[in-house]
Design a protein around this ligand. Sequence first.
Ligand code: NAD
Length: 438
Amino acid sequence: MNAINHVNETRIASPVVHRPLSYVSPDSAWSIYLSQVERVLPYLGSLAKWAETLCRPKRALIVDVPIEMDDGTVRHFEGYRVQHNLSRGPGKGGVRFHPDVTLEEVMALSAWMTIKCAGVGLPYGGAKGGIRVDPKQLSRKELEKLTRRYTSEIGIIIGPQRDIPAPDVNTNGEIMAWMMDTYSMNTGSTATGVVTGKPIHLGGSLGRVKATGRGVFVTGREAARRIGLDIEGARVAVQGFGNVGSVAAELFAQSGAKLVAVQDHSGTLVNGKGFDVPRLIAHVQRAGGIAGFADGEPADNESFWDVPCEILIPAALEGQLTAARARRTKAKLILEGANGPTLPEADDVLNDRGVLLVPDVICNAGGVTVSYFEWVQDFNSFFWGEDEINVRLDKIMVDALSAIWETAERHRITLRTATFAVACERILMARQERGLYP
Ligand code: NAD
């Protein structure tokens, strides 16, 4: 049994926020983030004096994004860019196009970017952006207008040295190319470094597409080694077979593990002998989902959480691992490929049951790490080969997990709280060293 199972960290801490923000509600994603910061207070020593810095975004910009639709009408969309913390470097974080996006959600996502970047040791602060829109309802031309107007509106706070957006839910390389072009037109430059996740011929990086899944695999491999779990022959269950889940599954299978259960929006399949992962990926590319793949037994969606496995990878949506599902899972190791897949009560259940969880803020940080490589390559106008990128990614993830593991053992806390502890210490140290202006 590893030393950081059944840890006994403080679950109720004194509130860190002296005066709650007037513009957030108590049950938002932002309040989950605040409760995670509160858990870390006992481990911050004298730096705790600066902790309230983390409980307020440095800057939150709300913008009106009007566009003329194809039918000649004018519609207004609500857009945001939040820079949560810039103590360690320029802001970094994606842009989400979704009808349910809210300021509070963007604030929480920006704060998790601050933690993620500091936890991995990247020289960035945290930021996030979004537009309340269902992009599927827009034509390509309308989507381009929306992206360009939004980029112009947030142009007063973004830039290669200030805040660097990237793709997130419903945004992609093409949208990043429009953002890069709009910012470049407005500044009279060719500013490739203003966004990451760009197409390769516009200053994008090799290895970016698979980077998050690769990071999930690397942190999983290291965590498994430390708890004496052999990947060779280990049974893996993956929820979400998109960019993150399929790449992680492929890399585990290449290391001798067996993908025994997979779930996506189209259903759940099980195969005790192990799926042929490249064939499953090819099927999903053709069919749009796992449903209909011949080499697996369809199963009830809820039964996915009972499947006998050693490694469970939630790589789809937030809030999937509830306390009830956490009580049922057979997994010894959980790798959070998705952002926020585990509810706070489930975290405590897993800890009490001795199940090791590698949290999103380190587990899926491979994507932002290769985004960082893209930004560095853009500045140098010199591009690396894919092998070099993968080797560098591996080293950064291994070193990051190692520092977090050591902190978890030292304080006998979970890997989530340890990641927050390592990250918050780095952020607040920078805050303290920079001093308060004026
Ligand atoms: P994706 O769109 O490529 O894949 C999402 C997968 O989830 C698909 O297989 C989809 O079918 C599945 N899914 C959707 N609804 C589902 C449901 N109700 N039940 C089960 N499965 C469902 O997205 P992605 O890029 O792989 O991202 C997955 C998660 O990882 C998200 O939480 C995202 O925020 C997070 N993440 C992604 C990256 C990245 O670089 N892509 C980086 C960090 C975090």
